[in-house]
Design a protein around this ligand. Structure first.
Ligand SMILES: C[S@@+](CC[C@H](N)C(=O)[O-])C[C@H]1O[C@@H](n2cnc3c(N)ncnc32)[C@H](O)[C@@H]1O
Length: 293
């Protein structure tokens, strides 16, 4: 039995999306299909769910989870930035974006997302993309590496880590998650190794964001996604780190100023203590929601 992904902030998302029969919803990040199943269960007998997911493994997981709902579900293997083209003239009542990685991706051997274990340094969510984390680590300039690790990882030791990577790859190509972790551990002075978070966490986050162009994709969908909402339709975004949350906050503010949406979450909604206890992955989750006016 493989790892299960536990969806976060389920009740909060369902409330904001006002799930009702007869409506149409988009889950643009299907993952294991957790939120999507919940939407479908609460909108019996006839709401339609349009699902998007660019990861082949996640997509088959989601397709299996959503099978019981039959033809109420339409699934696409696409980058969510293509949502508006996909919908053509059709408009919808709600859109959900649950960003980042699913536990299935994180834990699956061979994907290279986790600094634990030894796996090829891949990190592509969409296996059709050309560039892997190993390509970045072995080919970017020192300055580019430092900038990515510093900006996307918010890592104070970015310069030292970038230098150590360049030194190591001159000796031998860095091929695996284990090899990269070792370089990072050596680059950060021992007395600054935190016991709370692994020293490799921030660098791995940074590379993953760059490989998958996560922040660019988020900006693009926030720029255009709201246009497929009906008046009164809602967009919910769950983010997992401050870089993402800032982009969502600023995009919603700008759209509100332009008179396109009304923000329903003045402050982001966070998981209850109970949820944080039950699901440690939920601890950094923040939900923001806006309604098309
Ligand atoms: C946190 S998981 C979603 C979990 C899901 N809500 C559930 O309940 O099982 C995020 C998913 O979004 C997918 N994803 C991330 N960026 C994407 C993009 N630009 N286009 C399509 N899917 C994307 C990832 O592959 C991952 O499977």
């Amino acid at each position: 039995m493989g790892v299960k992904h536990v969806p976060v902030l389920v009740e909060e998302v369902m409330t904001f999306l006002r799930c009702e029969a007869g409506r149409t919803y988009v889950d643009a990040t299907l993952g294991g299909g957790g939120h999507a199943s919940e939407i479908l269960k609460r909108t019996v007998p006839n709401a339609v769910l349009i699902g998007m997911e660019w990861d082949e493994d996640a997509l088959s997981e989601a397709a299996m989870a959503l099978k019981p709902f039959g033809d109420r579900v339409r699934i696409f293997r696409e980058n969510f930035i293509h949502l508006p083209d996909l919908m053509e003239e059709e408009s919808v009542d709600g859109i959900l974006l649950d960003l980042g990685l699913s536990s299935i991706q994180l834990e699956k051997e061979g994907r290279g997302f986790s600094f634990r274990g030894e796996s090829p340094l891949d990190m592509r969510m969409d296996q059709r993309m050309d560039q892997t984390a190993a390509d970045l680590v072995n080919h970017l300039s020192l300055e580019e590496l430092e900038s990515i690790i510093s900006h996307y990882g918010e890592e104070r030791w970015a310069k030292r880590i970038a230098k150590a990577i360049v030194q190591e790859r001159e000796r031998e190509r860095i091929r695996t998650t284990g090899a990269l972790s070792q370089v990072i551990y050596r680059a950060i002075p021992k007395r600054f190794h935190s016991r709370r978070i692994d020293p490799a966490t921030r660098t791995f986050q940074a590379l993953r964001i760059q490989v998958n162009e996560e922040l660019e994709n988020l900006r693009k969908i926030l720029d255009t996604g709201w246009k497929i909402l009906k008046r009164g339709g809602r967009i919910c975004v769950i983010s997992f780190h401050s870089l993402e949350d800032r982009i969502v906050k600023e995009a919603f503010r700008r759209l509100e100023k332009e008179g396109e949406v009304r923000i329903l979450t003045k402050k982001p909604v966070k998981p209850s203590e109970d949820e944080r206890g039950r699901n440690p992955r939920s601890r950094s989750a923040k939900l923001r929601c806006a309604e098309r006016v």
